[in-house]
Design a protein around this ligand. Structure first.
Ligand code: HAM
Length: 418
């Protein structure tokens, strides 16, 4: 029986895994530099955590969750996103009775049973960040800026930031009603999904990408006609913060996002280079979610970046950057292998990447392998070298050539070359 990976789920190995490592390193640098601590939560949670947070009427919960009963009949789900899990963990371990200020980030796989296509997978990775117990609009601006900063440091160009305010529990009901009044007479022009959404989740209709729905909703009332004073002040504060942080944005009053927990700020980073799945990252404020999931009444805001999409935008030269110097040890014969075995370990301890292959015999095949692995130098040791006590060090990159180096001096020689 031959197995292959599950549809929409992929192995990540060399050479592209180097890009993943680089992205993770930079994301950690940016987020830890802003006081975020890593949070690692299980990939399995109770299903109800997601139905109650992401929302019963969202596509993620209605159609895309991997849910199943465990052996005792308890309903579990593979996490479709990271915010609900972060909130659960915050309430369980970090909230303190009054709701403590916390900044967390996470990097890990999420699962949505969507129809796979370019940029859309069933297992995909997110880099997410969440701030708990801050209601200040500059926190929203800062969180948005941090995602922008990750893109900048990775050299990614052409990303557009769209910003919206979705109002709050106080002002959204009136907007919902106005939208319903506008949409009800147009119901027959909407797609099947949107007809279902009409009474349950009418705001989502604004986000539908189907032509008929876009046409039907042209001229629909916007959220800006209904925002309360506090929501306006918050929205203006976020924009002021973004301007101070030199983070360019566009306002899109139709952007509502596919998760139900948002209030006030919602944002998305889009890239034309991603094709149909053009959302690189998204996030927003979810001021009632912690309370709704049984925690203290603390406001919160966060983002998540899709790693596969981010990596597909990386400049191709990025894979070479940051790789440490590589040494390949070519031992010709058993005596040379015995002699060099501890030296491999010494060189590694000194910080070099050191590779070998004990099963290859000929110098030609060893050199071919060294070349394929992108090594900087090859240390060649055979019978002659053992007799003379001098290894041959062959440079594989830059100015090529061969230098004799005493076996006892190899460590010192390479320490200067890291
Ligand atoms: P989201 O917009 O559902 O938000 O996902 C964030 C990002 O994950 C998307 O912009 C996209 O890059 C990536 N993504 C989503 N689905 C897929 C997929 N099937 N295949 C590949 N990439 C995908 C959230 O998940 C929220 N939890 C973000 C957040 C954090 N809001 C507040 N804090």
């Amino acid at each position: 029986m031959k197995f292959s990976s599950i549809k929409g789920m992929h192995d990540i190995g060399p050479p592209e895994v180097a890009l993943w490592q680089r992205v993770e390193r930079i994301a950690r640098e940016v987020l830890e530099g802003a006081g975020f601590s890593e949070l690692r939560t299980p990939v399995l949670e109770e299903e109800a955590l997601f139905t109650q947070s992401v929302g019963n009427t969202t596509e993620i919960v209605e159609k895309e969750m991997y849910s199943f009963p465990d052996r005792k009949g308890k309903l579990l789900a593979l996490r479709p996103e990271g915010t609900a899990s972060a909130v659960r963990a915050y309430i369980e371990h970090y909230a303190a009775p009054g709701g403590a200020y916390q900044r967390f980030y996470y990097i890990g796989p999420m699962f949505r049973s969507e129809r796979p296509q370019k940029g859309r997978y069933r297992q995909f990775f997110q880099i997410g960040a969440e701030v708990f117990a801050s209601s200040h609009p500059f926190t929203d601006a800062e969180i948005i800026h941090l995602a922008h900063e990750i893109f900048q440091r990775l050299g990614i160009q052409g990303v557009i930031l769209q910003l919206n305010s979705l109002g709050c529990k106080k002002c959204r009901p009136a907007y919902r009603e106005a939208l319903l009044q506008f949409l009800r007479p147009l119901a027959s022009k909407l797609c099947e999904d949107c007809q279902r959404r009409l009474e349950r989740n009418p705001l989502r209709i604004l986000d539908c990408k189907k032509e008929g729905c876009i046409a039907a909703t042209t001229g629909a009332p916007t959220v800006f006609d209904h925002l309360c004073e506090e929501c306006w002040a918050h929205f203006e504060g976020v924009q002021q913060g973004l301007k101070r942080l030199k983070t360019p944005y566009e306002i899109n009053p139709r952007m509502v996002r596919g998760l139900d927990y948002y209030e006030r700020t919602a944002f998305e980073f889009l890239s034309g280079e991603l094709g149909a799945q053009n959302s690189l990252a998204g996030g927003g404020r979810y001021d009632d979610l912690v309370k709704d999931l049984g925690g203290p009444p603390v406001p919160a805001v966060g983002f998540a970046i899709g790693m596969e999409r981010l990596i597909s935008l990386l400049p191709s030269q990025a894979s070479q950057e940051g790789a440490g110097k590589k040494v390949y040890v070519a031992c010709l014969g058993e005596a040379a292998q015995r002699e060099l075995l501890p030296i491999l370990s010494d060189l590694r301890r000194a910080g070099l990447t050191v590779m070998t292959d004990f099963d290859q015999g000929s110098l030609k095949s060893l050199l071919r392998q060294a070349d394929r692995l992108g090594t900087d130098w090859v240390i060649i040791v055979g019978e002659d070298e053992l007799k003379s006590g001098q290894a041959q060090v062959k440079a594989m990159k830059g100015e090529k050539g061969q230098t004799p180096v005493p076996l006892s001096g190899l460590l010192a020689y390479f320490q200067g070359k890291k």
